[in-house]
Each structure stands twice: as structure tokens, then as C-alpha cells.
Design a protein around this ligand. Structure first.
Ligand SMILES: Cc1cc2nc3c(=O)[nH]c(=O)nc-3n(C[C@H](O)[C@H](O)[C@H](O)COP(=O)(O)O)c2cc1C
Length: 238
């Protein structure tokens, strides 16, 4: 079954962007797609050093760095689609997401070696969450860049909120995020010659059900993290 990667550019797994990302992925799973979340703050991603500017094209897949970024690039190459979710940091995506985008040049620049871009035909949607201004600009930036690398954009592919870490309680943004997941999944299914949605669904029952799933997941995760902390304290004897 086709996979959608959720790329989280926030240091907060269940902050505003993390919560809306989980809504999108639950909605895609309801169509039968598989999903995986990559949290960019969980590993070191070296910044791009610009090999592509050399006279001889040297920037190609796999990228020279053997780091968390390389693992993510391998997953991006294999996935059918991506949902990128990020906090708005000064009218743009967070630093780690920008660094990943730069590193994705290794996928895109395969065109310099007579191949198609490895991003070509991937289906993408984006989620941006801020507390003030810049969420639409950050989302527009991400969609433009991914499309410039060869990705496809379904209808209603951008969800955004100005409610910061409370974004999961922003009904409009949560419904939009659910639709981002549905429509990225729907276009992937259509490309495979199968049935899939390509229209926005306004559905308060679906919104409440998926929001509840995310809240329950967050509670389970916090309980799990709490147990881990207790065990660590137990080991150190404090
Ligand atoms: C370095 C930094 C820059 C920020 N810049 C903006 C901004 O330009 N516009 C905005 O709306 N919010 C901005 N914020 C607020 C965050 O987008 C907001 O706290 C958001 O909830 C974080 O998302 P998260 O909960 O998914 O981590 C900024 C926060 C930080 C730490």
C-alpha cells in the first residue's frame, strides 16, 4: 500500500503543527493508505554545502552526508506523497525543514544525470501554524518549492492556523488539515487508477472523531514519556 510521509518541522511533537499533522495522517489512513511521521528535531541534519554549484554536477542521490538527513531522503524517495507540517518561524518554515528542503536537491538534481527528479509525481500537502502572521506565506513557499522539484499538488492542499499550540481547537484549521490528508491520499489513489476523493469534505463528525484520536494519542504518549522519566530517575537513584 502506498505510503504518505508526515514531515514534522516542530520541536513539539503535539504542538499546533504536530497535532494538525496527525489529523491529516489519520484521515489518509481512513482511505487505506499507510503513514509514517518523521520528526526532524529527533536527529542531526547537516546543512547543504552546495555541491550543485560545482562546474561538474556532483550533487546527486544519495547525498554525501551520512546523517539523519540521508535516512529521511531515502524515505522521501520511496514514499508516494508527503505532508509537510511546520511552525511559522519568521514567515517561513522552521530551520530544520528549510535544511531538509535544501538537502532534497540531491533528489531533484538527478535531472542533471539524465534521470527524472526523484520528487517528480510525489503528491504533497502542507500545514503551517503560527501565532501571528506569515502562515499563508510559509505554506505558499513550501508548495511552490515542492512543485518546482516535480511534486503534484491536489486541491485544498494547505491548512493553516494562527492559534499556535492551540491549533487543534481551531475548527477551520483542523477540518482543513483533515482534508489535506484526505486529498493527498485521494490523488495518490487516483494516480494508481483507484477510487479516491478529490473534493473538500465539510464534516463536523469526522472533525470531532479525528481530533479525539489525536488527543488520546497525545495522552498515551505523555503517559509513556512520564514512565520513561520515572525509570531514568529510578536508575540514577534520585
Ligand atoms: C523563532 C520563532 C519565530 C516565530 N515567528 C513567527 C512568525 O513569523 N509568525 C507567526 O505567526 N508565529 C511565529 N512564531 C510563533 C510560532 O509559530 C508558534 O509558537 C507555533 O505555535 C509553533 O508551532 P508548534 O506549536 O507546532 O511548535 C515564532 C516562534 C519562534 C520560536
Amino acid at each position: 500500500m502506498a505510503k504518505i510521509l508526515g514531515i514534522l518541522g516542530s520541536p513539539h511533537p503535539y504542538g499546533g503543527s504536530g497535532s494538525l499533522l496527525r489529523c491529516a495522517l489519520y484521515a489518509a489512513e481512513e482511505l487505506g493508505l499507510t503513514t509514517e511521521i518523521i520528526e526532524l528535531y529527533r536527529g542531526r541534519i547537516e546543512p547543504c554545502i552546495g555541491c550543485v554549484q560545482d562546474e561538474e554536477p556532483t550533487c546527486k542521490y544519495p547525498c554525501i552526508f551520512e546523517d539523519y538527513g540521508r535516512e529521511i531522503l531515502a524515505k522521501l524517495k520511496e514514499a508516494a506523497g508527503y505532508v509537510l507540517a511546520t511552525p511559522v518561524y519568521w514567515y517561513g518554515p522552521s530551520g530544520p525543514l528549510k535544511i531538509l528542503i535544501d538537502r532534497m536537491t540531491a533528489l531533484e538534481n538527478m535531472v542533471a544525470f539524465g534521470e527524472a527528479s526523484y520528487v517528480e509525481g510525489k503528491v504533497v500537502g502542507v500545514i503551517t501554524v503560527g501565532a501571528d502572521a506569515g502562515a499563508t506565506l510559509a505554506g505558499a513557499y513550501l508548495l511552490t518549492v515542492l512543485n518546482a522539484m516535480g511534486a503534484m499538488i491536489p486541491p485544498w492542499a494547505h491548512a493553516y492556523s494562527h492559534r499556535g499550540k492551540e491549533a487543534l481547537y481551531d475548527d477551520r484549521a483542523t477540518m482543513d488539515a483533515i482534508n489535506v490528508g484526505r486529498l493527498v491520499g485521494g490523488l495518490i489513489l487516483r494516480l494508481q487508477g483507484r477510487e479516491g476523493p478529490l473534493t473538500y469534505r465539510e464534516d463536523p463528525e469526522l472533525l470531532q472523531r479525528i481530533r479525539q484520536k489525536v488527543l488520546e494519542e497525545k495522552t498515551r504518549q505523555e503517559a509513556h514519556n512520564g514512565r520513561d522519566r520515572t525509570q531514568v530517575r529510578g536508575k540514577s537513584g534520585s
